[in-house]
Design a protein around this ligand. Sequence first.
Ligand code: GTP
Ligand code: MG
Length: 300
Amino acid sequence: MSKEGFRSGFVAIVGRTNVGKSTLMNHLVGMKLAITSNKPQTTRRRMQAVFTNEDAQIIFLDTPGIHLPKTKLSEYMDNVAYKSVDDVDVIVFVVEPEPYIGKGEQKMIERIKESKRPVVLAVNKCDTVDEERIKKAEDTYRKVLDIEDAIALSALKGEGIDDLLSSLIRLLPEGCMLYDEDTVTDVTERDISAEIVREKVLRNLKDEVPHGVAVNIVSFKEREDGLIDIEADIVCDKDSHKGIIIGKGGAMLKRIGTDSRRDIEELLDAHVNLRLFVKVRPGWRQNPMMLKEFGFSDKT
Ligand SMILES: Nc1nc2c(ncn2[C@@H]2O[C@H](COP(=O)(O)OP(=O)(O)OP(=O)(O)O)[C@@H](O)[C@H]2O)c(=O)[nH]1
Ligand SMILES: [Mg+2]
């Protein structure tokens, strides 16, 4: 039973691609759940992460970043983000510490206004600029949006996280715990493992190759001695990309495998035997049937 004055609810983390939403969500819950990279369009699906303390429970929704959609996959991703603002109690709008509003932000501002939900502005990457720049960014957004609170943050360094949590708890309605206190996410270990492999592809490869990659876990089995065997397909959308992912003498695939295994072992707290295969499915990001097969359906 929850104590008196306990607050709970859903908070969507939205904003342009690459502003640091997933980095922020991981820090808010103190665990690396969502993958991050310096490439745009890292997050493809909505993901929940649950924060619980003695005063409150907050269910954070990390969302794909807004960008100009070029494929059916990126249209799907933008829609996930736009829709998520309607399902929550509070919105965290993450922005760069810049004194101007870009196209991606502008579209998001319209959706936030339509949703009529309270908004906390999170000015992120404050480790890269001075106070004056942060203030300018805040003023810019206050002119176009009704903001409950503006918090300066460095999601990367974990600065401003407690201020943001306090602000959100204050804005949430009183209510009981929605999930038991051990719940951390709605995503399975199997799906996080697939995301970890995709993160290593994003971090090790350049340009358009990683954006055409999907990762499917083909099998995920625990042996009696606790070792976990994982077999995964790295699916790419061009023949020429397959060779790049495998690399000279298999060196790139080996590096992706080693990096992935290390993180998956940490996630699962077990030894892992990871086998990766590269497959080509030409144009899968534009093909509604294949998108559905990979779990990108209209159901968001
Ligand atoms: N300097 C600095 N870099 C940051 C900060 N927060 C995130 N980053 C970096 O910004 C890049 C993007 O971070 P992500 O968390 O993947 O961004 P995102 O908004 O989730 O991106 P999408 O999923 O593509 O929408 C990564 O290289 C992060 O390390 C910050 O506070 N300071
Ligand atoms: Mg992200």
